[in-house]
Design a protein around this ligand. Sequence first.
Ligand SMILES: *Cc1c(COP(=O)(O)O)cnc(C)c1O
Length: 408
Amino acid sequence: MKEVLLDIEQIRKDFPILHRKVNGQPLVYLDNAATSQTPQQVIDAITDYYSRYNANIHRGVHSLSQEATDAYEQARRKIQGHFNAAHPEEIIFTSGTTHAINLVAQGFTTFLSPGDEIWVSALEHHSNIVPWQMLCERSGAKLRVIPMNENGELELDVFKSNVGPQTKLVFVNHVSNALGTINPIEAIIETAHAVGAAVLVDGAQAAPHIVADFQALDVDFYTVSAHKMCGPTGVGVLYGKKDWLEKLPPYQGGGEMIATVSFEETTYAGLPHKFEAGTPNICGGIAFGAALDYLHGIGMQAIQEYEEELLQYATEKLLAIPGLKIYGEAPEKTSVISFNLEGIHPYDVGTLLDQMGIAVRTGHHCAQPIMDFYKIPGTVRASFCFYNTQEEVDRLTAGIDKARQMLS
Ligand SMILES: *Cc1c(COP(=O)(O)O)cnc(C)c1O
């Protein structure tokens, strides 16, 4: 492995949780694709909010409310800047990716009729399958699937030769949480737009590793969850092009999303408030902004390069273990390794690793169709973040090898 591109020792000092022990061993946290850990800078932003300026936003004339509103709106602009969205009001705060996807799926009901088609990819998270199935039930539209191959890559030819004027919507994740594949969203967006279809990209798994440029991609909708990128749980973003968000009906009714209300008629607020009914996760939004500041402090480019090195190192190490098979070997991948040991259930491997202080995910990773494709019950998934080290990969490798000897 090349000399470290980041000062990992220094970075690790920012994460208090990385210094605790689990089952008597120093923690090796390799479940970053499920949620990432939180640096002290973000914890401080949360404490600061509740210690100094906790107040409801957009309503009060008093100073605390002004301060909270300013900080929340500043976070929105940080997110806008990070992803290069054209307007701050194209950034809708949600409780996370799942909420963001449901908001769009619900809104599209009125735009679809029987005979229309919605495409999803074979590599989707359940949160990107079920809302579309529900949308198809409501609207009579048909769900079609972009297939995948053994490497865990999408077969775009099938998609390209079957889209047409009946194609209304395409949903694809930018990065698969189960396999780590980076999907060719540029080509998918281009193909979809050529037949007039809209594209929603689920960026929950991509955003911690790759910076999507919304304007360059010309993507219609994009979703992220703060908790996968060093922010808190319960907050995320739906990006939508202004034209789309103006057309889309509101998702929930309530305070904040209205302009005027009477029992005869209610008019909706403008963007982004039309989609932000009720008191939002104010502190969460502000802390999401702090998480972006933290990531920028390190540098997204440096993060990406370091993680690529770590992935390559870990892949080589793991493949040297007898009977270990990696699922998902696309050349374009983020730092996720999904694997199984021959003849051993993934759950048993995960349980033994936990006893050694190593946190991995086991199971179907909310992506059962992928497991069905490989005809396996699930995998063990080790997912790396920029604060993980080569030594931790070595401990993982030794742990898997020990588990293999104990279980076979
Ligand atoms: C985590 C994840 C989701 C769900 O995100 P939530 O924060 O749980 O709403 C959706 N899609 C992908 C690809 C994910 O990795």
